[in-house]
Design a protein around this ligand. Sequence first.
Ligand code: CP
Length: 383
Amino acid sequence: MGHLLDHQRLNALFGRSLLTTHDWSAADLDTLLAVAHRLEQMDRGGISTALLPNELAYAMFFDNSTRTKSAWAGAAARLGMQPVIVDGSSTQVAHGETAEETGAMLGMNSHALGVRHDLILGEGNSFMRDVQRGIDDYLAASNDPRIVPIVNLQCDVDHPTQALADLLWLREHFGGDVAGRKITMSWSYSPSYAKPLSVPQGVVSLLTRFGAHVTLAHPQGYELLPGPMAWAAQGATESGGSFRVTHDMDDAFAGAEAVYPKSWGPHALMVERVAANKAGDGAAMRDIEQRALAHNAQHRDWICDERRMALTGRDSAGDALYLHCLPADIGAEVTPGVMDRFRVAVAKEANKKVYVIMAMLAAAKVPDLALRLADPADVADAS
Ligand code: CP
């Protein structure tokens, strides 16, 4: 792990934003996860991680959140920053302020910016890139040396802090690496709302780059976006892993060492929602949501239950790790019994996100981070 925290590797992350994991090389993602691991060690060991005192960590959420908001606040506080989280719909974005203008205004005052904008395909990630342009242009025009990284806290394409937290948790569970491990990302039934595609897209496009054998399972009609599907295929080819798609949940669970069953919305209706949202047609939006839920209801049997968990594991030992980004629809996506069995596991999975966000902010903003993270034991060994 020590070699991942050397100056050269950490300097490659300085000044970076995280808008998709695809934008980053696998080597840079490895370095970021090594920083997260080290910060977790320090935090749990009672060693101060206040690397960015007196700075403002501002975040805008255009959708609900429990875990990611608290991870942002927890990360900022542990770094000595002041976290501020606002409801995106309460900003002037709702009155037509452009993303570039918003970026410039936030870039004047803040030292890091988190954004969640995940509900409408084609909008969230491009909004974040426009905000970043607004910030960067303002800082350049005003000769302001501050680095204000953008952290994608979930968009329409990716949920990078979630997928990286999942990878950190899977590595801990497997005792090191996901290479060669059989991991299933499966659709499962939800009656609550048509959920974004970005979690499964983020998970399959990330894990395939680290040598995992990833199976994506969903009923017909729940395809993911072509971009992240191509990234997953390319990642598997380059890493020596594999990527396959099945429309049979039992097949996807058979032999899997980790399973990640969660819901997302029907592809065609998620696309239809784009035009309705652009037109500001609330009635059409409500109608699409009802049709999405009716569509979901045709697949109530896509549930993670004990019968399916028993299919998992090497030699069908039934011992796969269950993952979920949370919140889960208990009784629909997963049975109460399976969720009870993994309640602590999914909480530990969620807790990794605070360290991923800390790593992102520290790597982007702290010069000479390698020195600040040096383990006294390593220094003693080297001397
Ligand atoms: N998994 C996740 O992003 O949770 P929240 O929506 O509560 O932030």
